[in-house]
Design a protein around this ligand. Structure first.
Ligand SMILES: *Cc1c(COP(=O)(O)O)cnc(C)c1O
Length: 394
């Protein structure tokens, strides 16, 4: 009931709203993705690369000092330890294998913080394929190291100068490119957004996270489900992967953490689920931050990876059906949570992941509660922001 239906919808969210010229590409993908992802030969290739190249399974780490602080039993799912530093690579490995099977030769991708662009450039280098990454000019400037890494990997990074020059604008430009090259180009979308089948395909490729959580909890706790799952949401892919095998299990509470920016009512926020209304963005019907006359509103978050005015249709549905609790965590709360994790556990988290950590003191746990929180990425890319805010530790 929480997974996609055969028309590509989650409740009344989802679908494939694309220009006529992309209709064939999207239909072709819809027709082959399930069969391909479920085939034994794809599974073998995908799992071998996840194991030998990405370094999976990622650890499920019992965070003892953090648990003592919040008086419950917290495990961190360590996606920060993956090759390239985040969960994004789980998805790009799967999609590049699919693109290769479809005999596509040219790969395009959009990126915000640069983590998806980096993961796409990485798998293109691995497979010897051409890679073009669209990135808002604002993000090119604030995520300089990731741009240099993508270039070193052989990708062409195209700065986008429309809108406020961030993730939404990069995605617009990638779709425009796809329209011009529908036959030889494969578009690797970086999250559970876009036209059907992307949200479901990306969720399935990230579902290795909850598959591992189930096994690891069984080994460590002797039961295979937690009381709480907590993840941050930008477009929703690390959250979708975290909850995938648990969405129908009502024993498990799902907590999604959005970027509140400077506050829900500040006019500077990226809390799309809380602030959005139904609309269409990048090919899907979902919740969208928009003005009264339907113009997309520019989002704001300290974290470039969460700075997006839409949300996956799956997550919009989880919110509408009350299956998930959605919290908004502001910039200052995420920063404080990042410094806290660093000092308690010796782990510097990505700013996006720090929004999941910022949910901990908004919830009330029982001491016996088992809480699994996904640490979607590592903090290396965010050191400039942490250095600017280091007075928080003093
Ligand atoms: C991209 C990114 C996110 C946000 O994307 P989702 O699709 O919502 O997971 C979160 N954390 C990190 C580290 C990222 O790189």
């Amino acid at each position: 009931m929480y997974h996609v239906d055969k028309h590509g919808y989650y409740g009344h969210f989802g679908g494939a709203y694309v220009p006529e010229i992309l209709h064939r590409c999207v239909t072709e993908l819809q027709e082959i993705y399930l069969e391909t992802l479920e085939s034994a030969s794809f599974g073998q290739e995908y799992e071998a690369l996840l194991h030998d190249y990405v370094g999976r399974p990622s650890p499920l780490y019992p965070a003892r000092r953090l648990s003592r602080k919040y008086d419950c039993r917290i495990y961190l799912k360590r996606e920060d330890l993956n090759h390239t530093g985040a969960h994004k690579i789980n998805n790009t490995i799967g999609q590049i294998l699919l693109a290769r099977r479809m005999k596509k030769t040219r790969i395009i991708a959009e990126t915000g913080a640069g983590q998806h662009g980096l993961a796409a450039a990485t798998v293109c280098a691995l497979m010897g394929m051409e890679c073009i990454v669209y990135m808002g000019k604002t993000d090119v400037e604030r995520q300089h190291i990731n741009v240099q890494k993508m270039k070193m990997l052989g990708a062409k990074v195209i700065p986008v100068t429309s809108g406020n020059m961030t993730l939404k604008d990069a995605a617009n430009e990638a779709i425009r490119d796809w329209c011009c090259h529908p036959s030889d180009t494969y578009y690797i979308i970086g999250s559970t957004v876009g036209p059907h089948p992307y949200p479901d395909m990306v969720a399935r490729l990230q579902s290795v996270i909850s598959k591992e959580i189930r096994q690891q909890l069984q080994e460590k706790e002797g039961l295979n489900y937690p009381d709480y799952l907590i993840a941050c949401v930008g477009g929703g892919s690390n959250a979708a992967g975290t909850i995938y095998h648990y969405v129908d299990d009502q024993r498990v509470k799902i907590v999604l953490s959005e970027a509140g920016g400077e506050g829900l009512r500040s006019g500077r926020s990226a809390a799309t689920i809380r602030l959005g209304r139904q609309g269409i963005i990048h090919g899907a019907r979902t919740l969208v931050m928009q003005t009264d006359d339907g113009q997309i509103e520019e989002p704001y978050s300290i974290s470039a990876g969460l700075d997006y005015p839409g949300i996956g249709p799956m997550h919009a549905h989880l919110w509408e059906t009350k299956r998930a609790t959605v919290l908004s965590v502001n910039d200052d709360e995420a920063l404080a949570a990042a410094f806290e994790l660093t000092r308690l556990e010796g782990i510097i988290p990505a700013l996006e992941s720090a929004h999941a950590l910022g949910a901990l003191n908004k919830l009330s746990f029982r001491p016996e509660d088992i809480v699994v929180l996904t640490l979607s990425g590592r903090g290396d890319k965010d050191m400039d922001t942490y250095i600017l805010n280091k007075e928080m530790t003093e």
